[in-house]
Design a protein around this ligand. Structure first.
Ligand SMILES: [Zn+2]
Length: 276
């Protein structure tokens, strides 16, 4: 009986060795692209005054840029690890070549376009996805933004009243398109003290929003909190610019002023918050 069991075990091992070896060879041959690192660079680098590289993003961005160059979409001189406006333009052209338009072709990598770009070239890890579009607190948003909002509410110990959600093109002319795509929220602050408003902004930042208290002196709007979910791959272009500005220490407004919100260090995404 012992012999028979050994034989059976050997047969199982033999059946598994061949496909596992093939899998290992394929995986070992391809380098990995960290999607979280690429998306971080794609938000920040186009907003930089120089061609600096976002820490931790260089190797993954280089692989993406090399793939874009191989497809004839990016000049070799821009394969430099900096995901600037030339790389954004090239990536948007790649998305259009796949038949994407609108929010799916802004130049911010999404999970499908990035995975397709990596075919035969790289494997994508730390895949980001905004999840399904839904209605929460009476406004449109995606599942990722809803989860972030719920966690901020849990930390704060209070529910937000949402005055504007995501995926709302043209709804509010004062928002300059920031709410056209995913990840955008406006939250009412009526009845909150100044300290409570600051605390609410801090909680939103802690779970991965670029969030600011907007005041009537800054625009044609009442006091409210404007929040953009960092690394939401459905961000509109103006919202993506605000995410980049947040990382770089600005207020996300046209005046390009200094960030006027509570300091949360390090600045994290929802995924980083969940891993911490
Ligand atoms: Zn807003």
């Amino acid at each position: 009986m012992v012999t028979r069991r050994r034989l059976t075990g050997a047969a199982i091992v033999g059946a598994l060795v061949a496909p596992m070896a093939a899998w290992a060879r394929a995986s070992a041959a391809l380098p990995t692209v960290d999607m979280e690192a690429v998306v971080k660079a794609a938000q920040i680098d186009p907003r930089r005054a120089d061609s600096a590289i976002t820490p931790g993003s260089r190797d993954s961005v280089l692989l993406v840029e090399s793939a874009l160059q191989a497809k004839g979409l990016l000049a070799a001189s821009y394969v430099d690890g900096h995901f600037g406006t030339k790389t954004i333009d090239a990536y948007a052209a790649w998305q259009r070549s796949l038949g994407y338009t609108g929010l799916d072709a802004t130049g911010l990598p999404g999970p499908t376009s990035l995975t397709k770009l990596g075919e035969q070239r790289f494997t994508v890890v730390r895949l980001l996805s905004p999840g399904a579009e839904l209605t929460f607190h009476g406004v449109p948003m995606n599942a990722r933004t809803k989860a972030m909002l719920l966690e901020a509410e849990r930390l704060l110990g209070r529910q937000f009243s949402v005055t504007q959600g995501s995926y709302s093109p043209g709804e509010d002319p004062t928002s300059a398109g920031t709410h056209d795509g995913g990840g955008a929220l406006d939250l009412a602050v009526d009845g909150l003290t100044s300290a409570q408003r600051t605390s609410a902004v801090r909680r939103l930042r802690q779970v991965g929003f670029a969030a600011w208290l907007r005041t009537p002196s800054q625009g044609n709007w009442p006091y409210h909190i404007h929040a953009i979910a960092l690394a939401d791959t459905d961000l509109s272009i103006p919202a993506r610019n605000q995410a980049g500005d947040y990382y770089l220490g600005f207020n996300g407004l046209a005046n390009h002023g200094a960030d006027d919100g509570p300091v949360v260090d390090p600045k994290v995404t929802w995924e980083q918050y969940q891993r911490a």
